[in-house]
Write a new protein. Structure first.
Length: 270
């Protein structure tokens, strides 16, 4: 593998080491971290922080130990994986826009502030944009995703939703103007620069060394995660036909499949 084009966080290394059941052996976690230039002590500190936040539990000590994802963290991870799957499916034309805007509103009292914060975080994570206090807009139907992403009961207790083909914002009447106001193209394009750098600078290992394959995959995953944390994943009908993020995601998928061929059973590909 070539010199690293960008850093991979200790959190990404840890999360990329869990298998489908939410289990990771610490020896493997540390080895992948070292391959990416992240010291064992840095990974240990990240594990402690995640354990303190209730995201995982550690059993045993040192390299002989293992970590287990909490049920909430495992649910969140599966929801994020579905979002990634949606991005690639939409690129392939599987989710055409039906022409309707979805509006989501909530009014949550201060006594339930954690649930209010969770709603805001969930809507933002799925690309909805605020248009007024407690009111968000998106071209996507987010209800099913929010039900999976948020704690049980939050959506049913507080979320109001509606769909309309007509959306007019102050000074913005055309679809193009609305999209640029709510989801500026420049912010999304900038978010993909780290992924473009990774794709340009990361070589596919020539052997099936599990540590090298996992390290290369995590470099790619970190770049994609950074991009998707900003990208609202608007339908293709609302972006230019030569939209660069879609091209970069296609290049990512090609490299990812090459790495998967080297170690399809590795946790990072679960």
């Amino acid at each position: 593998m070539s010199a690293l084009p960008s850093a991979v966080s200790a959190r990404t290394i840890i999360e990329g080491s869990f298998d489908k059941t939410g289990l990771a052996e610490l020896a493997g976690v540390y080895d992948v971290g070292l391959a990416l230039g992240v010291p064992e002590q840095t990974v240990r500190l990240a594990i402690r922080r995640m354990a303190a936040a209730g995201e995982l539990v550690q059993e045993g000590r040192g390299r002989a130990g293992r970590i287990i994802r909490s049920s909430d963290a495992l649910r969140r991870s599966r929801s994020e994986s579905r979002l990634i799957d949606f991005a690639f499916a939409q690129d392939a034309g599987a989710h055409p826009w039906d022409g309707n805007w979805r509006l989501y509103a909530f009014s949550v009292p201060e006594s339930a502030r954690p649930e209010r914060d969770a709603l805001r975080a969930g809507l933002t994570a799925f690309g909805a944009a605020p248009v007024a206090s407690g009111l968000y807009a998106t071209p996507h139907d987010l209800r099913e995703g929010l039900l999976d992403y948020l704690p049980p009961g939050v959506v049913d207790r507080w979320l109001i939703s509606a769909a309309t083909p007509d959306l007019v914002l102050p000074g913005r009447h055309s679809t193009t103007a609305i999209v640029e106001l709510l989801w500026p193209a420049g912010e999304t394009l900038a978010a993909y620069e780290p992924l473009a750098n990774v794709l340009a600078g990361t070589e596919i290992p020539r052997t099936s060394d599990p540590v090298a394959a996992t390290a290369a995959a995590l470099l790619l995953a970190e770049g994609l995660d950074r991009a998707l944390s900003v990208d609202p994943l608007l339908p293709g009908e609302l972006r230019p036909s030569d939209w660069p993020p879609a091209t970069l995601r296609a290049r990512f998928l090609h490299s990812w499949e090459q790495l998967r061929a080297l170690g399809s059973t590795l946790p990072v590909f679960a």
